[in-house]
Design a protein around this ligand. Structure first.
Ligand SMILES: Cc1cc2nc3c(=O)[nH]c(=O)nc-3n(C[C@H](O)[C@H](O)[C@H](O)COP(=O)(O)OP(=O)(O)OC[C@H]3O[C@@H](n4cnc5c(N)ncnc54)[C@H](O)[C@@H]3O)c2cc1C
Length: 200
């Protein structure tokens, strides 16, 4: 039988586990090939992004390089950004050229929902990527430094948004722990939320 190619788009939780499980399930199917595409060369442990923002861990602690994970397996990882999918022609168009497929798994994640809040998409920070987490951490640091210079009563931090989760995971621990870069600051963070409940 001719080789069959399974292409998996995205190496987040969905794509990574699909690749690992297919590799096992197709062990006896010598004619099957598995290609995994992602725009980054690492798997990002998204649920720990807030730890970077609050200064608890370094970016290297929440990423896992993909190539070593698939060494000695039939999963062929390629770093490529998906531009479009030609369903009729059964091919993926990427910034590195095109890849044909017989079977396709789409696991490209999602985008942030701003729930129709005016101005949120232009002015709010999102927290979905390593770049977002580091950018938000740097901004928080800058805000704490500025707040610390304000004369008079202990200043309140710039209001952020988020429910109980954000308060518990980012704001409060960040301000309280002396081990954080801004630990010991006189500033107190205030978190506002548009929703009565946390997201989780
Ligand atoms: C801050 C935060 C905290 C969270 N905490 C929790 C938690 O505690 N518990 C929980 O169960 N869930 C949590 N979640 C949700 C969880 O992270 C997601 O449900 C999960 O990551 C979804 O997996 P996925 O594979 O669909 O997408 P993702 O993990 O987002 O993976 C998508 C992959 O596709 C790649 N990609 C995207 N576009 C392209 C493109 N054009 N070309 C090539 N590659 C592309 C990305 O690089 C990424 O590797 C959290 C989410 C966030 C944002």
């Amino acid at each position: 039988m001719a080789d069959r190619q399974v292409v998996i788009l995205g190496a987040g939780f969905g794509g990574l586990y699909a690749a690992l499980h297919l590799e096992r399930a197709l062990r006896r199917e010598r004619s099957a090939r598995i290609v995994l595409l992602d725009k980054g060369n690492y798997h990002l442990f998204v649920p720990m992004l807030h730890e970077i923002t609050s200064g608890g861990v370094e970016p290297r602690h929440v990423v896992r390089p993909l190539r070593p994970l698939f060494r000695n397996t039939r999963v062929d990882f390629r770093r490529a950004e998906v531009r479009s999918i030609d369903l009729e022609g059964r091919r993926i168009l990427t910034d590195q050229g095109e890849v044909g497929y017989d079977y396709l798994v789409i696991a490209l994640g999602s985008t942030t929902n701003f729930f129709g809040v005016d101005g949120a998409s232009e002015t709010a920070f999102t927290l979905r990527s390593l770049k977002d987490a580091v950018g938000l951490r740097n901004d928080l640091l800058e805000m704490f430094e500025r707040a610390d210079l304000e004369p008079g009563a202990p200043p309140r931090g710039r209001p952020g948004s988020g429910g109980r989760l954000a308060r518990r995971r980012v704001g409060v621990p960040a301000a309280r722990h002396a081990s954080h870069p801004w630990g010991g600051s006189r500033a107190e963070p205030s978190l506002l939320t548009a929703s009565p409940r946390g997201t989780w």
